[in-house]
Design a binder for this molecule. Structure first.
Ligand SMILES: Nc1ncnc2c1ncn2[C@@H]1O[C@H](COP(=O)(O)OP(=O)(O)OP(=O)(O)O)[C@@H](O)[C@H]1O
Ligand SMILES: [Mg+2]
Length: 324
C-alpha cells in the first residue's frame, strides 16, 4: 500500500524509484560500497530496505547506537546471530568490540549489509572498522544511509584524515519527485482505496508539500486511512513534518551560532541574495559565509542564480515558526 507510513520493503510499493534501485544494483554488483544520500523524507530507508529484501542482505538500523558495543549488538541481532559466544572472553573495551564486529562480518562476507542512521555512530573506531573490512573482505558489500546529511557527506567524501580516504564509495542521491510524479503518486495511492480525490486538492497538497514522498504519504494516509478531509489532512501532515524538521534543525544548530544561522534561514525563506542576507544578519563576512556554506552543504539552503532559498516547504514552515 503506497500510503503505509512505515518504510517500504517491497518493489511493488516502491513508487518511482526503479532507476535508483537499478543503479544501486549495478554499483553493488560491481563491488562498490554505496552511500545513499538525500534530504529528509525522500525515501532513503525505503530504497535500501527494499534492496536488502530483494538481495537477501542484512539491514542494520543504528538509531540510538553510539559506540562499538551497541553496533555489535545491533549487527548480531540483525544477522540473526547469538551474541553470547561473541561476548566470551571480551572485555568492555572499544577495541575488543571492534574485533567482535570483525568476527561477525567474517560470517557475512558474501552479503550486502546496509547501515541506516549512520549519523548516530560517533565512535572513531567505526571508520577504522570499515577500513579493516575493506581490506579483509573484498566480496562484502556495504551500503550506508541515514537521515542527517552532514555525517553522510563525510562518509561519501572521505578526507585525507579519515581511514576511508582513497576508498571513495559510489553515491546515489535521491531527488524529490517532480510535480507530475507527486500528483500521480497521490492518485495511485487514492485508487488503492477506491477513492477519487479532487484534482485541485491534489494540486494544493503537492504545492504545499512538494515532491517529498514522506510528506505526501502522510497526507494520503491521513485522508484515506484516517478519513480526514483535505484541509485537515494537509495541516496535519505539515504539522508532523514541521516537528521532524525542527528537531533536525535544532540538532544541526547544536554547537553553532544559533542566532546567526536562524537569521540567515529566516531571511532566505522565500529567496534572498547575498547582499540582502548580509544586511539583515549583520555579522562579519567570514562568519556569514561560513554559516551560508554550512547551510548549503547540509541542504537546508540552496542557491539558484545568485538567490539563496530554503528549498523544502516543510523546513520553510518550521523556520517561520521558530523563534530565534
Ligand atoms: N518510493 C516510495 N514509494 C512509496 N512510499 C515511499 C517511498 N519512499 C518512501 N515512502 C514513504 O515515505 C515515508 C518516508 O520514507 P523513508 O523512511 O524511506 O524516507 P527517508 O528518506 O529514509 O526518511 P528520513 O530522512 O527520515 O530517514 C514513509 O512513510 C515511506 O513509506
Ligand atoms: Mg531513513
Amino acid at each position: 500500500m503506497l500510503f503505509d507510513l512505515r518504510p517500504k520493503e517491497r518493489l511493488s510499493d516502491l513508487y518511482g524509484r526503479r532507476e535508483d534501485f537499478d543503479e544501486l544494483s549495478r554499483y553493488v554488483e560491481s563491488g562498490l560500497w554505496v552511500v545513499v544520500l538525500g534530504r529528509r523524507m525522500t525515501g532513503k530507508t525505503s530504497l535500501v530496505k527494499t534492496f536488502v529484501r530483494e538481495k537477501k542482505g542484512v539491514y542494520v538500523n543504528l538509531m540510538d547506537v553510539k559506540g562499538m558495543e551497541g553496533l555489535v549488538e545491533r549487527l548480531a541481532s540483525s544477522a540473526g546471530l547469538q551474541l553470547r559466544e561473541l561476548r566470551l572472553g571480551l572485555q568492555f573495551a572499544e577495541l575488543k568490540w571492534t574485533k567482535a564486529a570483525g568476527n561477525i562480518f567474517a560470517t557475512l562476507q558474501d552479503k550486502v549489509v546496509v547501515f541506516d542512521e549512520v549519523q548516530e555512530i560517533v565512535s572513531p573506531q567505526f571508520l577504522k572498522l570499515l577500513k579493516n573490512l575493506w581490506d579483509t573482505y573484498p566480496r562484502l558489500r556495504l551500503i550506508f544511509t541515514g537521515s542527517y546529511v552532514g555525517v553522510l557527506k563525510k562518509l561519501a567524501e572521505p578526507s585525507s584524515t579519515t581511514p576511508l580516504f582513497g576508498r571513495q564509495p559510489a553515491k546515489i542521491i535521491l531527488k524529490p519527485f517532480t510535480r507530475e510524479m507527486s500528483i500521480d503518486f497521490l492518485q495511485k495511492g487514492f485508487r488503492q482505496f477506491k477513492l477519487i480525490p479532487k484534482q485541485s486538492e491534489l494540486e494544493e497538497a503537492v504545492e504545499k508539500l512538494n515532491g517529498y514522498v514522506g510528506w505526501l504519504t502522510y497526507y494520503g494516509n491521513f485522508r484515506c486511512v484516517r478519513k480526514e478531509p483535505h484541509d485537515e489532512a494537509l495541516e496535519n501532515s505539515l504539522r508532523e513534518g514541521v516537528k521532524i524538521m525542527r528537531e533536525e534543525l535544532n540538532r544541526f544548530l547544536e554547537n553553532k551560532k544559533r542566532e546567526t544561522y536562524l537569521k540567515v534561514l529566516k531571511t532566505a525563506v522565500f529567496g534572498a541574495r547575498w547582499n540582502e542576507i548580509a544586511e539583515k544578519v549583520q555579522v562579519n563576512r567570514k562568519v556569514l559565509s561560513e554559516a551560508v556554506k554550512k547551510l548549503v552543504d547540509v541542504g537546508f539552503l540552496s542557491k539558484d542564480a545568485e538567490v539563496y532559498v530554503v528549498p523544502d516547504p516543510v523546513l520553510r514552515e518550521a523556520v517561520k515558526r521558530m523563534r530565534g
